[in-house]
Design a protein around this ligand. Sequence first.
Ligand code: FEO
Ligand code: CA
Ligand code: CA
Length: 765
Amino acid sequence: MNKPADLRLPATFVESDDCNPSANPSFDSVLKTRMDRRGLLRSSLGTAGGAVLGSLGLSACGGGSDDAVASTGTSTTTPSATSSAITSLDFAAVGKTLADTITVPAGYTASVLYRCGDPLVSSVAAAKNDGTDTDFDKRSGDCHDGIEYFGLNTAGTGPDASSSERGLLGMNHEYQNNLFLHANGPTGMYVAAVAATATTPAVPAVPPARPAAEVDKEVAVHGLSIVEVRRSGSAISYVQDSAFNRRITAATEMLMSGPAAGDALMKTKYSIDGSRTRGTQNNCGTGTTPWGTLLTCEENWIGYFTRASTDDTARGGATARSVVSLKRYGLSAGAASRYGWETGGTADLYARWNASQIGTSTDGTDDYRNIANTFGWNVEIDPYAPASTPRKRTAMGRFAHEAAAYLTPVAGKPLAFYMGDDSRGEYIYKFVSDAAWSTADAVPADRLATGDKYLNAGKLYVAKFNADGTGQWLLLDISVAAIKGYATYAFANQADVVVNARLAADAVGATKMDRPEWSTVNPATDDIYFTLTNNTNRVLTGTTYPLVDSANPRAYNDTKGTSTAQRGNVNGHIIRVSEDSREPAATTFKWDVYLFGAESTAAAAINLSGLTADQDFSSPDGMRFARSTGLAWIETDDGAYTDVTNCMLLAAVPGSRGDGAKTTVSNSLTSSAGVTSTLAVDTYIGKPPTATTLKRFLVGPAQAEVTGICETPDGKALFINIQHPGEDTTSLAGTFGSHWPDGGTARPRSATVVITKNDGGRIGS
Ligand code: FEO
Ligand code: CA
Ligand code: CA
């Protein structure tokens, strides 16, 4: 995800919009400290080989009679650490390409597995993919994103973490491609991409209502799929009519759990005791737990709500606590909702998207003024229990979640989960459970009760990166003086702290990062990796210097196509952290930058990792260590290098944090006014990759993001998601930006792809 096209109003909402007005390090204090103490600011005036495989057909097995669902498992759900690591990549790197197909190395096959609209049950007709399909609560949703594999035992009665023959895929459907979802495109939706044309009507002051049928379809294409997959010979297909198959949508009931459950901030007309809410949407990254459940991470949920222009006044003015909170999360008074779902009718299912204070109650139990507080969480789902109610884990904090990765569990020690908040200048967080890990919980009788044990009580921390390569986890707790006495927002209790985790993180002085996307843990080293996808805000309008710090050290110029100027940290980087003493509860850590994204032809001061043409990438997003091989897989969601190549998947054999050296980044940045400034900043960079430790493995189809990644336990099948192919398409009458995966003149659609090696070996070997 994603571009702000097809919004109901122009550009009111962008994924990477920043709403962090705090003066936390990286904008002001770190820079000024550096300028004053080290005198590093200097300003001057100046001038500025692979096989191309088409998509393969989808084949769905019939439902088996052995699809009974059991609530208990028979073997461990905790995958073992790498047994046989791959230390040298010997496939032929794939070249950069703009081809509208999936390109993988010679010797590999990429097969389409599960496309938007594909039926989960045989009683629903095959998708026509012409905008007329309905019943999306029984079909694959749209915009596939994070994906996880859960092994099923042979009998199909419960978990078997070692099973590669039979498993469940749990995957997100992040958002929707409006244009292709409806026969003639969406009704009552302002298509921003058309705004520049002479025939575009003026944007109406009051947006038109959306038809209920369109809203209902759109709500249903959001959420997640749980879908069974089976291997037969070398083929893997999804299983129609599996008893495990399930759609969770933006209307599915969810249980609030943890410190914010039942708090005054959670009360709505739907749940007057604040215990429940309906739906999960804009689920981006995913994670798993050591007890075999799925964590789905709510990212840009805020844009689905609207607020009346008079709502600040209704709530008591600009300094009212709820107004401060809503603004910090990006929902200002007068904000239009992304898709106008609140206009679908008078029924409660539509009204709930209006976050305005319109009732007369004092506690919000007669309207949806508090609805936004019930989103922005990690949600735990038991993939093996289709009737179970998903639980929103509030102890893990509320922000624009990307992924959740846990440190290797150690018996007797707490669990630690690492999480990014994807917006420009937002933070990196850690949750540490109060409960100590018990290996008996790897195969629990009740998985969600085990989630209650580990995820409902614990400590939430936010990261501060120091210039000397060290860092601190700063506690977000109501007892912390900086939080208790925060002048900007008067926290009421710990529920308030987790609901307003961003404000609490502002209060303690966390470090603003270059859009934290996925997190992943190297099981061999316990290093934690965070992709920082890019940041155009490392350039502040009106200033003459690059806004950088040691952990986010680059701001530079790039050109897209022949003339489009790009500034800031254009291509992103991947930072990694190691906890002191490898302790999950550590409050101090060390960090370095594993890789800097860059074009291979960029200046050495930009291409700091020395990427070659076989390795260069931009905007890292998804990232996951494969437990079978130890390889790190890196995916991109890019808009900066897409004049040269579609988004991609790279394989890597990383070293470990600290295997490189301290280096000085010599930033040189020319502003739009033609003023060139330089700023040297020290950082710590990992050992540069070699030709056999980093290679491009796959390039996706046109105008698509490559996202989500998981594998079978034997490492012989890799699942990825292709999201929003052809996303730049502006009209059904024109030429589509992609026809993947169906080809011909078909509408493009998101899909899960499975990659296998033709000789049956492990992927990447
Ligand atoms: Fe949905 Fe930040 O990617
Ligand atoms: Ca470029
Ligand atoms: Ca993402």
